[in-house]
Ligand binder design. Structure first.
Ligand SMILES: Nc1ncnc2c1ncn2[C@@H]1O[C@H](COP(=O)(O)OP(=O)(O)O)[C@@H](O)[C@H]1O
Ligand SMILES: O=P(O)(O)O[C@H]1O[C@H](CO)[C@@H](O[C@H]2O[C@H](CO)[C@@H](O)[C@H](O)[C@H]2O)[C@H](O)[C@H]1O
Length: 480
């Protein structure tokens, strides 16, 4: 079976120009060329007046690394809505136009911005229901819409594209469902889909249930590529990061009060978050099983990560010995338990709903290769991620302040530490069911160090003005 060809002139430069304008393209700071544009399928279920919705995979090659390096080539998904005439309402999502010998003039727009195009997508998911859980809607295009049983979609729901800071693109369908379209795609299973499928089947209370996903058999790699995921829309949920910032702002508004006296005290939520993570890890253990890993190997990996990070963030060098000493204590633990974990947990990946805390986005750290993100790891990696987030929240509020009253700033620094320590203590006690054992503390300290090092690289590359937050944390590690 061959992929359907869109004839005409799909100029790579059209896609290069568009990628450079998007939030989600991760190669904006690098010298890149679009080296291939593949058409992998057309979303079916059109009705009168709907556009053709054609899914393209755009291959991007980078000139700043040697050919063959892991990050020398990336693949991005760009679904386009094809119209015969210009659609002025979609000017902001215009990608390009060309003359197609078969279909005449094509005016192409990013399909995620277009309600007509998204309606085709939703209908395709809806039509996949009732076929056990797996139904090839259009064998010609090799696109497969999968559905899990248990939820009837609202077929008429209108789409709204999320506008937040995201590495992928999310579209809400009314109040019913949320579709995440993966932008940077990799042949093979996407961990977000895989983990959500298992946790949904296990009935976990701490995730948004998976309703379905879309994949395609890519003729070039001869592998399945997962393109999108449809899940429960937690429409009334509040982002954990926003909640934490709100709590800190309330504390800072009246710095005479201690964190435990503040009206916005976060301790109760931190406790509930700790309980939620404990239950989530239990379900992950039961569903995926556990293994043991050699602690010395872990120390080696952390050391390699630190060495690589120092080339990006030279300011880490002066902290190397203290960080390495914190890592080294893990070696004495022999074998440690590992299993499937979240892998990149922070407050921005948690949502507070009326039914408790939910965790989203199981893709792992975006910078890691897919194969590495699928490996089992210690649950203390997730715990450490949350502790780092508790440190970030007050410092993020502090850095936004314009008030230069020094006495006040010193007081706020005390309150910032108080807030972070209080949240961490409540979270840890709830997670561990009491005090940590020596072994748990050693693992936690090492993962906190490892995460802070990762963050210095992440911030240097993505938000250089934030890098002081993890650098200050690194300076404290092993020094107390
Ligand atoms: N099921 C959901 N219901 C409501 N909001 C969600 C849901 N899943 C994610 N979100 C919101 O969308 C944002 C982006 O989701 P995320 O999965 O982290 O995307 P990305 O992979 O692009 O970072 C999250 O920060 C969260 O606020
Ligand atoms: O959400 P992503 O999977 O894209 O995670 C990446 O971006 C996060 C920032 O959006 C980054 O998190 C860091 O900043 C957070 C505050 O914005 C803070 O709460 C986290 O503790 C801190 O690590 C994350 O590391 C990165 O992988």
């Amino acid at each position: 079976m061959t992929a359907p060809q869109v004839s005409g002139h799909l100029e790579p430069q059209v896609f290069a120009d568009y990628l450079a304008r998007t939030r989600w393209f991760a190669g904006k700071g690098r010298p890149f060329t679009v080296t291939d544009v593949r058409t992998v399928g057309e979303v079916p279920s059109r009705v009168d007046d709907s556009p053709r919705v054609v899914i393209h995979l755009v291959e991007v090659s980078y000139a700043d690394v040697a050919a063959g390096a892991p990050d020398a080539v990336e693949l991005y998904q760009v679904p386009l809505a094809y119209y015969e005439h210009p659609e002025n309402r979609l000017d902001h999502a215009f990608v390009g136009w060309w003359e197609d010998p078969e279909h005449g003039w094509v005016h192409a727009y990013d399909a995620l911005h277009d309600r007509e195009a998204m309606a085709c997508w939703l209908r395709s998911f809806d039509e996949a229901a009732g076929q056990e859980h797996d139904h090839t809607v259009d064998p010609e295009s090799m696109l497969t819409f999968h559905r899990l049983p248990g939820h009837d979609l609202d077929r008429e729901a209108a789409s709204t594209l999320f506008t937040g800071e995201q590495s992928n693109s999310s579209v809400a369908f009314g109040e019913d469902a949320l579709m995440k379209v993966f932008r940077k795609v990799t042949p093979g299973v996407n961990p977000d889909v895989a983990v959500h499928e298992v946790l949904t089947r296990a009935g976990s209370d701490h995730i948004a249930s998976l309703y379905g996903w879309l994949d395609v058999l890519d003729p070039d790699s001869d592998a399945v590529i997962q393109l999108a995921m449809l899940q429960q829309f937690l429409r009334t949920a509040i982002d954990g990061w926003d909640m934490a910032l709100g709590s800190v702002r309330t504390l800072f508004a009246d710095p005479e009060l201690h964190a435990n006296q503040s009206g916005g005290d976060f301790a109760g939520e931190a406790t509930r978050l700790g309980e939620a993570l404990r239950e989530l890890h239990e379900t992950l253990r039961e569903s995926f099983g556990t293994e043991t890993a050699d602690a010395a190997g872990l120390v080696g990996q952390m050391g390699e990560r630190l060495a690589a990070a120092q080339t990006v963030v030279p300011g880490l060098r002066e902290h190397h010995d203290r960080l390495a000493a914190v890592h080294a204590r893990v070696a004495g633990l022999g074998q440690i338990e590992v299993h499937r974990v979240h892998g990149d947990l922070h407050l921005g990946q948690t949502l507070r709903t009326s039914k408790g805390w939910k965790v989203v986005d199981f893709e792992g750290e975006p910078a890691k290769p897919l194969a590495e993100r699928m490996l089992p790891d210690s649950p203390w990696r997730d715990v450490a991620g949350m502790l780092r987030s508790f440190d970030y929240a007050p410092h993020a509020v502090e850095r936004d302040r314009t008030d230069d009253d020094l006495a006040d700033a010193a007081m706020l620094r005390v309150r910032a530490d108080e807030w972070a320590n209080r949240a961490a203590n409540h979270f840890l006690t709830a997670y561990a069911g009491g005090s940590l054992t020596d072994e748990q503390q050693i693992l936690l300290d090492a993962y906190v160090a490892d995460k802070a090092v990762y963050e210095t690289v992440y911030e240097t590359r993505n938000r250089p003005t934030w890098v002081d937050i993890p650098l200050q944390a690194v300076a404290r590690i092993g020094a107390e």
